[in-house]
Design a protein around this ligand. Sequence first.
Ligand code: NAD
Length: 497
Amino acid sequence: MNKKTFSDWQDKAAGIEIEGRAFIDGTLRHAHSERTFTCASPIDGRVLTRVADCGEADVDAAVTAARRAFDTQVWAGMNPRDRKAVLLRWAALMREHLDELALLETLDAGKPIGDTTAIDIPAAAHCVEWYAEAIDKMGGEVVPADHHLVGLVTREPVGVVAAVVPWNFPLLMAAWKFAPALATGNSVVLKPSEKSPLTAIRVARLAHEAGLPPGVFNVVPGGAEPGRLLALHHGVDCIAFTGSTRTGRQIMECAAQSNLKRVWLELGGKSANIVLPDYPDLDRAAKAAADAIFFNMGQVCTAGSRLLVHRDIKDAFVAKVAAAARAYEPGHPLDPSVTMGPVVDRIQFERVAAYIDAGRREGRLVTGGARVREETGGFYVEPTVFEVKPDAKIAREEIFGPVLSVIEFDHVDEAVHIANDTEYGLAAAVWSGDLATAHEVARRLRAGTVWINGYNEGADDMNFPFGGYKQSGNGRDKSLHALEKYTELKSTIVRLR
Ligand code: NAD
């Protein structure tokens, strides 16, 4: 348990040194063009630093360094035991620097310090540990071939992996890509979001300290341009992306236009949380429904943004959810008692505000809806609940903010239909007192993760694969299945005589 107070964190924030340079081939570098972009905090608008705005020369340098590291086998050729030792040292350094990394994440993205210290940074370190621990225990296969043959099936690293990631869990989303990619012997070029580049740069230096050879792990900050250049680059063998469905589509097009690099996408969601009237503990379900949408200011790809409630319990249930929403009073995210900080920046704030306006026109505002703490210069939005029809704009489009759409239904078939009537398929949940009913509904839900009588359980457990059906993406992060994304299968056939 982190015992620091609000004022301890404010003191630390006042003294923190922030690095904004790219990390390429084992060294910190300014962008070749010397261009930078402003990195400001959504807490109060304060400029934190200026960050290298990487362009073509930087992306080329990073990919060239990554390729050289791969071709010389300085990392891929190591005994997996030795790679594991380096990765474990790196994870240990992340844990040693927990306060600093958590503070950077909070200042940069506005996430509550209680979350960054307890979730974001430890989970990223754990992810690195988990893949490090796995990698020296995985062999290949000997296949049942003809008697005069020996047939081997092995996995080999794909080569140079580009990871392009979003800002909602900046280090954790990056770790879900770079940990399995590095564990399997690839070189990585990481492109963090322009809204949250700081922890990526910091952990790159820690990687170097832990003994990752130069070129194996590179960080090229910037906006869409370095992401697009990586997607188009002929020296990149695989691109792993987390972000919006729109950008995912563009990345796939870039891969098609260039070298058909492997493309793995973790995209948006509009997840349905279905409450059936026979669930016995509505207080618990209501609190979970509020947590499902208001955690991390609603900036969660699996956020339970559509709450589907049976007509018989709807009024009582919505009142309970509105009461639970009040626990998410926006406040300064360096105060450890605060559970809701600002949304990530002005652009995101304006996007959320436009959806709230649409909600006012389309439905009934139950609670929230206002901007608060405007005098701080930050972007704070009240937890907001609307009752709407299933075809309302706010019930169909991903908002990525603290806005819940409640939809009423009469029959379980109708609930399943509404839940599946979306282009997305990332997650869903169903609450019922009858486990058979719950299982039947769970089977019918077209989503990569389904919870029964819970929401977000297992999010911190690396054993569960994570990813989407339909336009929520392809492939899976987490679990041993993620290793499939970063490896090629090779058949080696030996003729004995
Ligand atoms: P985004 O698509 O705008 O940006 C994601 C990343 O892609 C950023 O690093 C950005 O700089 C880069 N980028 C932007 N345009 C690009 C282009 N044309 N080519 C290459 N790279 C480009 O998404 P965002 O606003 O950062 O994140 C929010 C989205 O991410 C939401 O839709 C959310 O659901 C999704 N998300 C999904 C998951 C998941 O695992 N499925 C997890 C977190 C967030």
